[in-house]
Ligand binder design. Sequence first.
Ligand SMILES: [Mn+2]
Length: 322
Amino acid sequence: MDWIIAHGDTDGICSAAIALAARKGSEVFFSHPSGLAEDLKQVEGNVVICDIALSSTFLQEAMAELKRIAAGGGSILYIDHHPLPRGFRKEDFPGKMAISTMSCTSELTYLEFKDLIPSDMSRVAIYGAIGDYMDNTYEIRRLLLDWEKRSMYLESGLLIQAIDAGGRDYETKRKMVSFLATNRTPSSDQEIVEKAIAEAISEEEMRKRVREEVKVFGSLAYVLDLKWSMGKSAVYARAYGKRPVGIGAETRKGRVDMSIRTSSEQIDLNELLQEIAPKHNGSGGGHPMAAGARVPEGKFFEFLEDFNALVEKNERKRTVEY
Ligand SMILES: [Mn+2]
């Protein structure tokens, strides 16, 4: 059996769709950095892993599962743009890695499979790139030359909003992957369009609620338990809290999950969170300007305190350097 394991955001879904167009009939499922090792246990055969960071906390377990799959004769293709954990040795990886932190995973997946899929699938790479704010790369700009850019923004906007509306509904995400793998447009699917418009309308309400409910702690602005997209909450919290770092947080199963965004290129959220979250029995990481973290419920405010101290120290350090 062939497998595709992807992150459940727009970039992950578009990457999975491109991989599925090349490897038809693959079983598609969704995972995340802290669940990857566990999810790999059900995999045997060839696997493509898209847009899931390798977490330093779970690296040994994930590598053990990957080695088991390779030993059983399965091929492993790991495509990602998250920074690799410190001390990771590429030569120890039991498969092929297509990695770069400069492009989104959809772009990397498209480049990997482009000889096996229709060239029109380039627009699915474009949707994924816009979803991850990474449409300004050399390759995506080149692919955009063959399309009407403004129409691509409409299509990706519909897709992004519909995915945001869906939350953790993996069955819907899987349907979207199959749909996009056949290169139909988001605007041609009534369900995607309706969900996207409803989400856009609720965004207009919710961004105002973020403005009313945002709390500020040092250099951090956060909202807790708004029951809305954590990523968007983080962006609006940062904007309305007028702080360099915004956090959208949600209490779930005894833990607090967070999406974290910064507007400052002087702050590397991935590095800071990998350092600070484990100290509070949590995990965290992602990209320099967009990342996530999870800590036990009782540790949230302690975590904020330490995280803020580190953000402020980092901002000062970088300022002095100049
Ligand atoms: Mn991504």
